[in-house]
Ligand binder design. Structure first.
Ligand SMILES: [Zn+2]
Length: 285
């Protein structure tokens, strides 16, 4: 009798547990269905668009590389566009206002601006320091700021991220590292909310016999590795590479760019990012 009693008790308990799960489950499913249908009704017309400057979370197991290409739109811009697109390597194009002087150049500018999150358009001044007259340009901070603002609005640069022409200047959230020539301007730009981005490694070019890269792909990969292993980068574990679109316009040099990226992509630690995701820039003031 005691055993039987125990059996009924257990059966009742199990039945109760089963029914509890059953009803709770139904209730939850019902709630989910309602929530889901509401969500669909509300969300359907919204087109999801990623905007430049949305913060990312850094992965401590990764190393971040920022390819930056200066002086476009120019010959070689679309070569870089195609090589980088094919390899899905993010990059930033620092462009010059006066370079946008034809419909063809305007289209290149638009192609870059419209390719975010793969590519980011950034500001490299309107006149490139009055066509490389660096001393005169940087000695007048107010007119230099006007020049940079003109490029910013004229090219519809999405974020206040710029690079000083011909000089490696850094100015991010009050931290300035710049040569004497550009120091005053860099502070002025920083104070009005620009992020002034320099570079850690440069892939140089030569104009003799058509514009071409100076260093080999292997050399550049080694330089990037060395920068990661040193404490010399502006921010450790984040390496900014400077190159110019026009270096890669010939097929053989476009191949150098491909090979450089493919070699770095073989290391799973390496991540290519756009410069809006560089530390201190993503939280734009
Ligand atoms: Zn330049």
């Amino acid at each position: 009798m005691n055993d039987l009693d125990g059996y009924y008790k257990k059966s009742l308990l199990y039945t109760f547990i089963f029914l509890s799960f059953f009803f709770t489950g139904c209730a939850n499913n019902h709630a989910k269905t309602v929530a889901l249908s509401n969500k669909i009704a509300v969300d359907t017309p919204v087109v999801v668009k990623v905007s430049p400057g949305i913060p990312i979370t850094y992965d401590s197991t990764k190393r971040y590389i920022y390819i930056t290409l200066d002086d476009g739109p120019q010959n070689g811009t679309m070569t870089c566009f195609h090589v980088l697109s094919k390899l899905q390597a993010k990059a930033s194009f620092f462009m010059i206002g006066t370079q946008v002087d034809t419909e063809k150049q305007r289209k290149k500018l638009d192609s870059i601006r419209n390719s975010y999150p793969l590519f980011l358009l950034a500001n490299h001044s309107y006149t490139h320091a009055n066509y490389n007259h660096y001393k005169a340009f940087y000695s007048n901070t107010d007119s230099a700021v006007r020049d940079i603002n003109k490029a910013q609005s004229g090219m519809k640069v999405p974020l206040k991220i710029m690079r000083t022409p011909g000089n490696n200047s850094w100015g991010i959230n009050g931290r300035v590292r710049a040569p004497a020539l550009t120091k005053e301007l860099t502070h002025a730009l920083d104070s009005i909310g620009y992020k002034v981005v320099g570079w850690d490694v440069e892939w140089q070019f030569k104009n003799a016999g058509g514009c071409r890269p100076v260093e080999s792909t292997e050399n550049m990969v080694r330089q990037v590795e060395a920068m990661f292993n040193s404490k010399n980068a502006f921010v450790h574990n984040h390496v900014v590479l400077l190159a110019h679109d026009r270096m890669f316009q010939k097929d053989q040099y476009a191949d150098s760019l491909s090979k450089f990226i493919e070699t770095l992509q073989k290391d799973p630690r390496n991540v290519f990012e756009t410069i809006d995701h560089y530390p201190g820039i993503q939280n734009n003031k």
